[in-house]
Design a protein around this ligand. Structure first.
Ligand code: SAM
Ligand code: SF4
Length: 269
């Protein structure tokens, strides 16, 4: 599949629920989102049917996301069925990590190839403050469980929140010295609850390179600009949807939990 800009569309994101056990301040209101009626949510069978049709059209990579995908009942069975679609090369999942101590091994067994785990701070108090309901310790244990289950190339997603976590940029980068992870700094997008946040919350991801000048360029991977500390096991990725070194390399389409197809996260169509 090619779009009108000549980009090959080979990556499908499946949102398997709108719901979440967290209430991250930039993503959800304190009361959470209104639950969609059961009848308008895709069934697990419908996801598999849609995904199989998409793979038939040239999709090679699927990412399961949310809301929080691990709160959807039947998620492990869904992943197993998705992975069994002939022609699919990679099945990934993005999670807040809170359920991974229990679910990392079953997900690996079901054939999930890679995990992205969201982590915006390494400080327990601040973690509680940003997520409103989360405990850092659960996620750290979840990451360990993922490693034990055999997940490699783990990516940690850290949304840059000016004045809230940018003083931890160096701590996050240093994690990659020993761990073979990709720590990805993502620019905060002014959507939903954070659309009206003050300008100082929105930091360009290039700020990471100014704060840690030891980082050396290490190419690109999809939409991420990579760099590495000298001799480090892992890499640092910059994801810049706002500064916009992004759209030309975007190859994704999305299916929402109520079964709508979106060609761009920022489009209402
Ligand atoms: N609940 C899962 C999680 O947090 O990983 C999956 C869904 S979440 C919407 C996917 C990613 O989007 C997370 O890494 C989250 O931090 C990020 N995200 C949410 N709102 C964002 C925003 N306004 N700007 C940039 N990234 C955002
Ligand atoms: Fe949003 Fe993910 Fe945080 Fe849930 S864990 S509130 S879906 S960013």
């Amino acid at each position: 599949m090619k779009d009108q800009y000549g980009r090959t569309v080979d990556y499908l994101r499946l949102s398997v629920t709108d719901l979440c056990n967290y209430r991250c301040r930039y993503c959800m209101p304190p009361e959470g989102v209104e639950k969609l009626p059961h009848s308008s949510i895709l069934s697990l069978e419908e996801y598999v049917e849609i995904a199989a049709a998409a793979v038939g059209l040239g999709i090679t990579k699927i990412r399961v996301t949310g809301g929080e995908p691990l709160v959807r009942r039947g998620i492990v069975e869904l992943c197993r069925a998705l992975r069994a679609i002939p022609g699919l090369r990679e099945l990934c999942l993005t999670t807040n990590g809170s359920q991974l101590t229990a679910l990392a091994a079953p997900l690996r067994d079901a054939g999930v190839d890679r995990l992205n785990i969201s982590l915006d701070t390494l400080r327990p108090e601040r973690y509680r403050e940003i997520t409103r309901t989360g405990e850092l310790e659960n996620v750290l244990r979840g990451i360990e469980a993922a490693e034990r289950a055999g997940f490699e190339n783990i990516k940690l997603n850290c949304v840059l929140l000016g004045g809230m976590n940018d003083d931890e940029i160096g701590d996050f980068v240093r994690l990659t010295a020993k761990k073979p992870w990709q720590v990805r700094f993502i620019e905060l997008m002014p959507m939903g609850v954070c659309a009206a946040w003050p300008p100082e919350r929105f930091l360009p991801a290039q700020e990471v390179l100014s704060r840690v000048p030891e980082l050396r360029p290490a190419g690109r991977s999809g939409v991420a600009q990579l760099s590495r500390l000298p001799g480090a096991a892992g890499t640092v990725g910059l994801i810049e949807p706002i500064s916009c070194a992004f759209c030309a390399d975007c190859t994704r389409i999305r299916i929402t939990a109520d079964g709508k197809l979106k060609s761009c996260l920022h489009s209402d169509a």
